[in-house]
Design a protein around this ligand. Structure first.
Ligand SMILES: [Mg+2]
Length: 415
């Protein structure tokens, strides 16, 4: 049976925060500039002018200024980035409702159901990107539409995106990052393995620098080397993940798009009580317990969140929510804990017991911090948090994550 597979487009904005700053303020254009993180003193995003001077992310702001004394560092304006992000994805959603926003500046689109284009509109699509001349039929039309989208984004928002088109998420993701900035790479069906094979292993999502170093020691440099090594050679390194890694190295990936606005964009949990709860401190503990369940998931996905939403439902079924945002994204319990009590006080204004409590994190960002680079109190806390995550992952009881070690506040009722 032939399964009709629709190509997937991966879109990734170039130097996103820095580019938004340059788009919003013409004085920042054409100069080495960067967005500096307040919490950690690191560069969160660097303009291409700064990158050509050796600035990269994550790098400490101090070090960046030493390397490039005329670097302009501005604080992040995350609300502005979210607005640009909404505009970019809004343009994508004009083409198809099947859009997965995987982070603030990256997302996937399905090409299923894209309208057929007339022959005239094929003109000019070979102007950049490899394989233009070889593009045929459907792929040619998709390339054309992606270029239209890319022009719209550039004209309207004055920022560039890079795009990759391929038969699955994995390959489209790798493709989009290959020719930044303002790149376009299309991988025709059947060419996935040949496309990945010569690329360095670090291009493969999920293989981090430490694994990269371990397999480099046995001569694995390219994704093709992984395939040549085969399952027996890979097993000592990847264990039960071996077949998965091998499949991906061959360009095989069946991960579906995660659709529905909520899925990729937020992490949430809620609990309906069998008996109504009227005790404020008990609800605080429950909400913090939910934060404890959600943040390890967020960290595991190498994400951070900027916005915390609390939701309550009174026992007369009236629902209400309250939301608060950090100045910049964060991923530690201690960042959000202090908000729970004041937020709940704002939220729970009626003298009516609760039927349901919910917590969700939204405005999700990719984590850029490599904590081992920074030795301050925040990093030590992060190390502790990571150790707890690992222990809980190993020893979770009865399949319920996070049950082996709990923060003391749940036992003693304070934070
Ligand atoms: Mg990006």
């Amino acid at each position: 049976m032939h399964v009709l597979n629709h190509p997937i487009v991966h879109l990734d904005a170039d130097a996103f925060f820095a580019s938004v700053e340059q788009a919003a303020d013409r004085r920042l254009r054409g100069i080495p500039m960067a967005v500096g993180g307040l919490l950690r003193g690191i560069i969160a995003s660097a303009s291409y002018e700064a990158r050509s001077r050796g600035i990269y992310t994550p790098m400490s702001t101090q070090r960046a200024l030493k390397l490039c004394p005329d670097l302009t560092v501005v604080p992040g304006q995350y609300e502005l980035y979210e607005e640009f992000s909404d505009n970019i994805f809004g343009l994508c959603e004009n083409i198809t409702p099947m859009v997965e926003r995987s982070s603030i500046d990256e997302g996937y689109m399905s090409t299923a159901g894209w309208p057929e284009l007339g022959v005239d509109s094929w003109k000019g699509i070979d102007r950049r990107g490899p394989g233009g001349a070889a593009l045929r039929g459907r792929y040619r039309q998709i390339a054309h539409r992606v270029h239209q989208l890319d022009d719209e984004i550039l004209r309207w928002m004055k920022i560039t995106v890079s795009t990759g088109v391929a038969g699955n998420k994995l390959v489209s993701n790798v493709a989009s990052k290959l020719r930044k900035p303002h790149g376009f790479v299309m991988v025709p069906p059947g060419a996935e393995q040949a496309f990945l094979s010569p690329l360095p292993v670090r291009r493969m999502p999920g293989i981090g620098p430490s694994m990269g170093g371990r397999i480099a020691a046995i001569g694995v440099k390219t994704i093709g080397d992984l395939v040549r090594l085969g399952a027996d050679g890979l097993r000592p390194f990847f264990g039960s993940m071996t077949d998965h890694v091998l499949n991906r190295a061959r360009g095989v990936d069946h991960t579906p798009l995660s659709l529905g606005r909520g899925d990729a964009k937020s992490y949430g949990h809620q609990q309906t009580f069998q008996e109504d709860i009227g005790d404020f401190e008990q609800v605080v503990r429950i909400a913090k317990g939910m934060i404890d369940e959600l943040l390890p998931k967020i960290r595991k996905d190498k994400k951070q969140a900027r916005t915390l939403t609390l939701r309550i439902r009174y026992n007369d079924m009236v629902d209400t929510t309250h939301q608060r945002s950090m100045q910049e994204p964060a991923d530690l319990e201690d960042d959000f804990y202090p908000w729970v009590r004041p937020m709940l006080r704002k939220l729970w204004t009626r003298r009516v017991p609760l039927r349901l409590v919910g917590v969700s994190f939204s405005h999700i960002y990719d984590t850029q911090v490599q904590p081992e680079l920074f030795h301050n109190g925040r990093v030590r806390r992060r190390d502790l948090v990571r150790a707890v995550d690992e222990i809980n992952a190993k020893f979770n009881r009865g399949g319920k994550p996070g049950s082996a070690i709990k923060r003391a506040c749940h036992l003693f009722g304070k934070s």
